[in-house]
Design a protein around this ligand. Sequence first.
Ligand SMILES: Nc1nc2c(ncn2[C@@H]2O[C@H](COP(=O)(O)OP(=O)(O)OP(=O)(O)O)[C@@H](O)[C@H]2O)c(=O)[nH]1
Ligand SMILES: [Mg+2]
Length: 149
Amino acid sequence: MATSIIRVALFGPSGSGKTVFRKVLLGQQVRDTRPNRRAVRRNIQRTYRMETKVIGDVGTIRYTLGLIDVPGRMDLRDIRLNVLNRVCGYIFFYDSTDPKSPELLLEMIRSELKEKKKFKSMLASIVVGSKKDIHYSSDIIMGVCDRKQ
Ligand SMILES: Nc1nc2c(ncn2[C@@H]2O[C@H](COP(=O)(O)OP(=O)(O)OP(=O)(O)O)[C@@H](O)[C@H]2O)c(=O)[nH]1
Ligand SMILES: [Mg+2]
C-alpha cells in the first residue's frame, strides 16, 4: 500500500533550536550544532492506530512523516522558502532566552510564509519556546500573545 507523506516544517530564527529538536526527536546524539546553511529533510515511517468515538477503530494507517529543518539565518530566506511546499504542519520556534526572538519569528511568518502563501496546505501548527532549561521568561511569551495581529 502506498504511504502518504505528511510534511512538517520546523521554522524560526537562527539559533532557536530547530536542529536540536529534530535530532532529539530522531533519537540522534546532539553535539554542538552549527547554523544550517541548507534545509535538511528526514523521512520517518510511522504507524497510526486510533479508536475513534464516531467510526470506531480506523485500523492501521501507515504514513511517512517528512520533517523539514530549514535554515533560520536571515540571508537564507530563499533557501527556506524554496523547500516549504505542501507543508501541512508547522512547528514554530523561538528562543525563550532572547526577548527579540518571538518578534523575529512573527516577522518571518508575516513577511515570508504569509507573503508567499505558504499556509495554503497547513492543517495545524504549534509554537515552541526553546531553552527553557536555561531561563524561563513569561514576559516574553505574554508580550507576543498580547500583541494585536
Ligand atoms: N540549553 C539549551 N540549548 C539549546 C536548546 N535548543 C538549542 N540549544 C542550543 O542553541 C544553539 C542553536 O541551536 P540549533 O538547533 O542549531 O538552532 P537552529 O534553529 O537549528 O539554527 P539554524 O540552523 O541557524 O536555523 C545550539 O548551541 C544548541 O545547542 C535547548 O532546549 N536548551
Ligand atoms: Mg539548524
